[in-house]
Write a protein that binds this ligand. Structure first.
Ligand code: ADP
Length: 383
């Protein structure tokens, strides 16, 4: 054992798995809490605790066995985390940060309070309040409406085109947001150890419009140096305002008139920095562990000019035992690396793995990506 600590991770999905793989390499003792026995993280450590990350008792019992607690997903029991913090356990991200982020209305209030640029918004407790506000103020369609809680990967975000669509929304607390004319969707991943804040280069994310999931990611974003610097400065400011230790993924919109707005943040490893495993001397997973433990950061260098990440999502009409079709295309493409998450069952649009591609030449990288996108499919053997 190199480190005299014990890190407990809430959640055992693919982000937990990649975090544990890095902890194993560094000699950082690590375990995780998860209710699914055959989850991705179970493939890389025997230190699995079966339990519900949303249960007070399960999180408290798990947390007490560790010096540090972190998360790979935000939807965890906050009361237990507050108790663990009181008991002297290091909890990063802090439960107060998770509480702010969990509710999109509270998150937007936070940006407003700290003068962080973000789309205009208003929160409504129920549908009739939302509808009457839209009617009285003659708000024009399309509207961007979000569930304040419980949404993920675009589920819980609606671009409402008509009054009929508005009336058909499920009942909940809503965030109404100004519809932004988006030029590019960007992401900056910051990391802090409580003393210093640093960040990776800005990346650009392309979404699968059908799945509303990041489909393809390019590092570095093809933007001017001035916009890159501004995006990084805004992201670091958000990280500083949260007083965070560990990673903070800051998702941004670059508007058509070149303004940068914060969309939302995630205080954990993020899809938009998977490529850092291959492209950087310190990956997002190492940065998160070092931040959570309050360790100094090593100088972080990019090993290549360009990197890209292609998400491998379950094909439509395939539900069952998962298999990957076209793996030979990955093997025959230089500079590529498959990350298979180890989920046995595929479903339409389920995140099953990703491919990282690195190259010093952008057009080579884009043609490899096109080739893999066409030929690599996640299907079910019985589908
Ligand atoms: P989630 O938390 O489910 O990922 P987001 O708030 O990130 O949801 O929204 C999902 C996607 O919807 C964004 O990536 C973007 O493409 C689009 N979107 C979100 N908010 C706006 C907005 N105000 N204007 C235009 N498009 C938006």
């Amino acid at each position: 054992m190199i480190f005299d600590v014990s890190v407990g991770i809430l959640g055992g999905g693919q982000l937990g798995k990649m975090l544990i793989q890095k902890a194993n390499q560094l000699g950082i003792p690590c375990s995780f809490l998860e209710s699914q026995k055959d989850c991705p993280a179970a493939g890389v450590t025997p230190n699995a605790f079966l339990g519900d990350i949303r249960s007070y008792d399960d999180v408290l019992a798990f947390g007490k066995n560790h010096t540090h607690i972190t998360v790979e997903i935000e939807n965890v029991n906050l009361d237990a985390l507050y108790q663990l913090e009181k008991d002297g356990i290091q909890v990063h991200p802090a439960p107060s940060v998770l509480e702010t982020i969990k509710n999109k209305g509270r998150q937007k209030d936070f940006y407003q309070k700290h003068h962080i640029p973000s789309a205009d918004y208003k929160v409504f407790g129920n549908k009739s309040e939302l509808i009457s506000f839209c009617n009285i103020n003659k708000i024009e369609f399309p509207l961007v409406i979000k569930a304040t809680e419980g949404g993920y990967d675009g589920k819980g975000v609606w671009v409402v085109q008509s009054e009929a669509d508005l009336n058909a929304l499920p009942e909940m607390e809503y965030l109404l947001e100004e519809k932004i004319e988006i030029q590019k969707e960007l992401s900056v991943i910051c990391y802090s150890n409580g003393k210093t804040i640093d960040c990776f280069e800005t990346v650009e994310m392309l979404f699968d419009p059908k799945a509303n999931l990041v489909d393809f990611l390019l590092h570095p974003a093809q933007i001017s140096e001035a916009i890159n610097t501004e995006a990084q400065n805004i992201a670091k400011q958000v990280c500083k305002n949260f007083g965070l230790q560990g990673l903070l993924a800051v998702e941004l919109f670059l508007t058509k008139d070149n303004t940068i707005l914060v969309n939302e943040v995630a205080p954990r490893p993020h899809n938009s920095a998977h490529h850092t495993i291959e492209s950087h001397s310190v990956s997002q997973y190492e940065a998160h562990l070092r931040g959570v433990l309050g360790l100094d950061f090593q100088p972080n260098k990019s090993n290549v000019n360009f990197a890209a990440m292609l998400n491998l999502l379950g094909e439509d009409n395939h539900d069952g035992k998962a298999t990957i079709q076209g793996v030979n295309f990955i093997e025959n493409s230089p500079g590529t690396q498959l990350h298979w998450y180890g989920k046995t069952q595929t479903k339409p649009k389920r995140k099953m793995g990703h491919i990282t591609m690195v190259s010093n030449n952008l057009s080579d990288l884009l043609s490899t990506s096109d080739n893999l996108k066409k030929n690599v499919k996640i299907i079910s053997t019985n589908g």
